[in-house]
Design a protein around this ligand. Sequence first.
Ligand SMILES: NC(=O)c1ccc[n+]([C@@H]2O[C@H](COP(=O)([O-])OP(=O)(O)OC[C@H]3O[C@@H](n4cnc5c(N)ncnc54)[C@H](O)[C@@H]3O)[C@@H](O)[C@H]2O)c1
Length: 282
Amino acid sequence: MSEGRLAGKVAIVTGGGSRGGELGTGEATAICLAREGARVVVADIAAENAERTVAAISEDGGEASAFIGDACQSHDSSSMIDAAVDRYGGLHVLMNNLGYRSQPKKRGRGVDGLVEEQFDAAVQLNLKTATLASKYAIPAMKESGGGSIINVSSVDGLAAGHSYGVPYGVTKGALHMLTISTAAYHGRDGIRANCIAPGHLHSSYTSAIDPKLRDRRRRVVPLGTEGTPWDVGWLAVFLGSDESRWISGVTIPVDGGLFAAQPLVAQHYMEADEIDSEEGTG
Ligand SMILES: NC(=O)c1ccc[n+]([C@@H]2O[C@H](COP(=O)([O-])OP(=O)(O)OC[C@H]3O[C@@H](n4cnc5c(N)ncnc54)[C@H](O)[C@@H]3O)[C@@H](O)[C@H]2O)c1
């Protein structure tokens, strides 16, 4: 039997593969869960990405295997859950990590600028993947004596965001309602559901953003630092473990305090940074 905060548990991370450059939140979470003793199914549409994460976990001394499929497809989603149960004998943790990134040139900022094909794609990848995986995971978790479902939304699902537009924010916001619904309807099955809302992290997901925007994303945060995928991964360990046994139905921002500050406070940070850098102290 493995040791750690998740010893004896079986976990799935959707989009858990590594793109091979910057670290992703799915990749970091899969590594953190395995480090704490979970046996992890790294689910991804790209075999080489999934195998990179599996190799990293093996090198770390953990146990993991890849599942290859398109999480938007019902059949693949159901097979992913079966794979975890067949390989490891049950299912206790599901991390719905997938997120939709619209093409920069096609982003419309307002509701009237909405690009319909982007909206459909965001519904598929942000909302449908998590809903389908939860639907198929719940019976397997009941069989396993209960479980923890962790959805990954975004601060853009809590307040209108700067970069990714209406399709992204609206579908990420809907994940909060999926979280609440899962918690409410399946608490008696011993299943908890919570949501992580990442803020301004630097990760594979945001690796292509303009360096100036990257700097501004850091500066508006009260802590004045950038988040990393590990910040999400370690919260997922807590939410997946029995340490959080009485926490269900909540969304937790991982954002360095972004939502603690009113806009004028953030503006003050930005202006103070500019004064510091003009004086050569920034
Ligand atoms: N980085 C940030 O600043 C930030 C902020 C808020 C929220 N988020 C959220 O964090 C998550 C980012 O995840 P990541 O860093 O692991 O992303 P990522 O972009 O590195 O993607 C992870 C994997 O998903 C796989 N994938 C894509 N489509 C798939 C499909 N249909 N089926 C199965 N696998 C598929 C890819 O092959 C890739 O290996 C997203 O949900 C995003 O919305 C990030």
